[in-house]
Design a protein around this ligand. Structure first.
Ligand code: PGA
Length: 231
């Protein structure tokens, strides 16, 4: 199965910075990624740059797909300020990262709200990467139907590892996956939290992919990380 390399840019990068990133993406690495189908690379930028990123990726035939960091729990319609899954279809967005701990914590998103968002993504056949940790995975899983559960990918994101530079040990991640398997027996399971070039291989050995924040923001750190996936 293909390994997923999902970059979450969070609320970073304006149009100029995003263009710079794609325009300077090394051609040789792009070619290697195109030829090696054992991984998929996705970037979730802020909404305002999605359109331009889509154009540049297409123009340069970059082996990068687009994701979003959130979605509305409602469909298209009179929901001021929301971005509905249907609004994103024409931008070629393939995946929605939902339930990130920053949204659960800072925006008080509940597991119920997140399951409503998952439903909206699935209606338009958008892939879902659900983020969970020790404190919420059981509650979150129970709010989904077995069909919904079977359709999503799940990222284990331990709070203490996010943005701290202190990734979990791969062994501890593997142990948590055993617990996740009770609810997500066949799903692709990813790990996120301080993934970098020097530890990505450890996590790819025990998981179906990684969710990367900080190390995905600059080519100086993202390129070596991708190169190490190809080893
Ligand atoms: P980090 O972020 O790689 O900067 O720890 C991970 C995440 O928030 O998904």
């Amino acid at each position: 199965m293909q390994k997923l390399i999902v970059a979450n840019w969070k609320a970073n990068k304006n149009l100029v910075a995003s263009e710079h990133f794609l325009n300077n993406f090394p051609k040789e690495l792009a070619e290697k990624l195109r030829q090696n189908s054992s991984q998929r690379v996705l970037i979730a930028p802020p909404y305002p740059v999605l359109g331009q990123m889509q154009r540049l990726i297409k123009h340069q035939a970059l082996p990068i797909e687009l994701a979003v960091q959130d979605l509305s729990a409602f469909g298209a319609g009179a929901f001021t300020g929301e971005v509905a899954a249907e609004n994103l279809e024409f931008l070629g967005v393939k995946m929605a990262i939902l339930g990130h701990s920053e949204r659960r914590r800072l925006l008080k998103e509940s597991s119920q709200l997140i399951s409503d968002k998952i439903r909206q993504a699935l209606i338009v056949d958008m892939e879902v990467l659900l983020c969970v940790d020790e404190d919420n995975f059981i509650e979150q899983a129970k709010l989904l139907t077995s069909t919904e559960r079977s359709l999503i990918k799940v990222a284990y994101e331990p709070l203490k590892a996010i943005g701290s530079g202190q990734a979990l040990q791969a062994e501890a991640v593997g142990q948590f996956f055993t617990q996740l398997r009770a609810f997500f027996p066949e799903n692709q399971l990813l790990y996120g939290g301080s993934v970098k070039a020097n530890n990505i291989q450890d996590f790819l050995k025990i998981s179906d992919g990684v969710l990367i924040g900080g190390a995905s923001l600059q080519l100086e750190t993202f390129v070596p990380l991708l190169q190490n996936c190809l080893l």
